[in-house]
Ligand binder design. Sequence first.
Ligand code: GUN
Length: 296
Amino acid sequence: MTAQIIDGKAFAATVRAKVAAHVAGLLASHGIIPGLAVVLVGEDPASQVYVRSKGKMTVEVGMASFEHRLTASTSEADLMALIDDLNKDDTVHGILVQLPLPGHLNANLVINAIDPAKDVDGFHILNVGLLGTGQKSMVPCTPLGSLMLLRDHLGPLAGLEAVVIGRSNIVGKPMAQLLLNDSCTVTLCHSRTRDLPRVVRRADIVVAAVGRAGMVTGDWIKPGATVIDVGINRVAEGGKTRLVGDCDFASCAAVAGAITPVPGGVGPMTIACLLANTVTACCRANGLAEPEGLTP
Ligand code: GUN
């Protein structure tokens, strides 16, 4: 193996420490405690794990955590009424509605009902538009965390060839925007891309976000490239399940210059950036200076 392992777990701990320091300062100087409300509708097991871990880490950095667990049969009107309450609540600076939502609920309608200033997921159409036009916005957590790892490892990204695999609203599209804003030459690939390995082979930066275990193999990777593996896939192995990324780790690590592992790469950065976005939202809401290094 030749690739350097990018330690997202360690980097996420430094981000959370920065957040915690800023939160302590807000309390000491202004008596303000940033608050994050997380809304979970239904009992999706993976979502329950994420929501529990978000709540725990929110409290660990000194912020207030408000959890709202609603039954799977919750009506759109009831969910919208809760969001309206959270929008009006001055102790809530960030609102996150865990996705996916049960099928009878319209996710776009629900997300766009969140006050854009409290939209710590960066999914509201206003924030999407601001990011797309290079203006100050709330930035989706997983792409923001991936960008932080890339900048930390590579320094300035200007001029680099970046290939993003996956065009989701949560990762692929905002990731492409962030890389473009950093002056990369960006190619956004998806399931209909012709000869994907050929396209990926020209990349200095590869971001894989497709949700298919081990899809990207070492023969797709340009020697020395930096590989960010956003995939979190559960695969069965000898009666147990194991987490693997979208990249075949062994073969990619043999060719890449650096690669994020799964677990311990991008995953921990997502929640760290959620906390970062919440403290940023709190500062903006109160007209105070934002923490440095936690926004693009
Ligand atoms: N489900 C999977 N990823 C995410 C995320 O980043 N935010 C929310 N709200 N739901 C998700």
